[in-house]
Design a protein around this ligand. Structure first.
Ligand SMILES: C[S@@+](CC[C@H](N)C(=O)[O-])C[C@H]1O[C@@H](n2cnc3c(N)ncnc32)[C@H](O)[C@@H]1O
Length: 333
């Protein structure tokens, strides 16, 4: 679906204080505060690597509130074009507002980035693109909206969907899956060593009463595991549920392949990930295509935010940026 223009409110500025000292309430590393408004992570580095030039074509696969997209658009204007994809309709409304002034140079598409090839067809960019960006995970706007259910520090429904039209919510997983399935999800996507204990406690608790809210689930997890020093005990389980509900890893694998295929010779792909499961996929995909001489890996090691950026935007703390460039000769993958 192509987004229509809808009037919107600007997100409020402000701060949230988290109980947990090192993580955002859903798995991402963070410090004590996080701003309501989304601050684009590693933005300076992204622009340096992508080096957008007038007339370039770009795809921001996770356009969110368009923090990165706006900077890319500044570089590719005049004459360039950017496709901004996001599953979250609310985020796209904010993007639309933030990209005022570039109206003829972008198209926002409310879809899953795994359908990147469809997006390109819709925007008539069949000649390929010069830049692709993935900034994975969720935005501050999403984590700070209690009704989205991403955070264990604010009470909300157990939802966790990026796409509010998607069928499966975290509530369904927690209340309807078998114990062994819940255990597997928490172990695989949360890398949680107490997955068995947590799954067992969830199943026992839901026999008494449905587990409907983030607080209920966080309390059950807290009662199942020993005290963690560094992170909130619910961190890994919330991360696992979010990854599962949104099929995050499968979407990423499929979209990365198509995105690399879409790059023109010399075009660049930048991926910012926030946990090791995502980063591993990016790393191995880049290595795979570099062995086939399709990509040149530009960042041998992932780029991390500076201390200055982390102090300004604690949410950036666990970010890892990997960049690769399409080989000069066109190669069919
Ligand atoms: C970290 S935010 C991006 C923020 C953005 N770079 C900015 O500067 O505002 C990640 C965004 O990716 C979106 N997202 C996550 N998985 C997606 C998918 N499979 N397809 C499309 N969008 C997705 C989320 O809804 C969220 O808005």
């Amino acid at each position: 679906m192509i987004l229509q223009k809808i009037p919107l409110r600007k997100p409020q500025r402000g701060c949230l204080r988290y109980e947990d000292r090192n993580r955002t309430p859903s798995g991402e590393d963070s410090r004590i505060v996080d701003t309501q408004e989304h601050i684009p992570v590693l933005c300076k580095e992204i622009i340096e690597y992508l080096n957008p030039k007038a007339g370039d074509y770009a795809i921001d696969c996770t356009v969110g509130c368009a923090g990165h997209a706006k900077e890319i658009l500044k570089g590719i204007s005049p004459g360039g074009f950017l496709i901004g994809i996001d599953l979250d309709e609310e985020a796209l409304k904010i993007s639309e507002e933030n990209l005022k002034g570039f109206e003829n140079n972008f198209m926002l598409i409310n879809d899953n980035f795994k359908n990147i090839l469809d997006a390109v067809k819709r925007a008539n960019l069949n000649t390929g693109v010069d830049a692709v960006l993935f900034d994975l995970g969720f935005s501050s706007m999403q984590i700070n909206s209690a009704d989205r259910g991403f955070s264990f520090n604010s009470e909300g429904p157990l939802d966790m969907r990026f796409d509010k039209k998607a069928k499966i919510t975290a509530f369904d997983v927690v209340n309807k899956s078998k114990e062994c399935e819940i255990e597997k999800i928490i172990r695989m996507f949360g890398e949680e060593r107490f997955s068995k204990r947590i799954a067992k406690r969830i199943v026992t608790a839901r026999q008494r009463q449905r587990i409907s809210t983030t607080f209920q689930l966080a309390d059950i997890i807290r009662s199942a595991v020993p005290f963690y020093k560094r992170i909130h005990p619910a961190t890994r389980t919330f991360q696992a549920l979010r990854i599962f509900v949104n099929s995050e890893l499968d979407n990423l694998k499929s979209a990365l392949n198509d995105a690399i295929n879409l790059l023109r010779p010399g075009g660049k792909i930048c991926v910012i990930s926030f946990h090791s499961l995502e980063d591993r996929i990016v790393k191995h995909t880049f290595i795979h295509y570099s062995r086939k001489h399709v990509l040149n890996i530009i960042t041998k090691k992932p780029i991390r935010p500076s201390m200055e950026e982390i102090n300004l935007n604690p949410r950036s703390r666990s970010a890892k940026l990997r960049v690769a460039q399409k080989s000069a000769e066109e190669i069919n993958i």
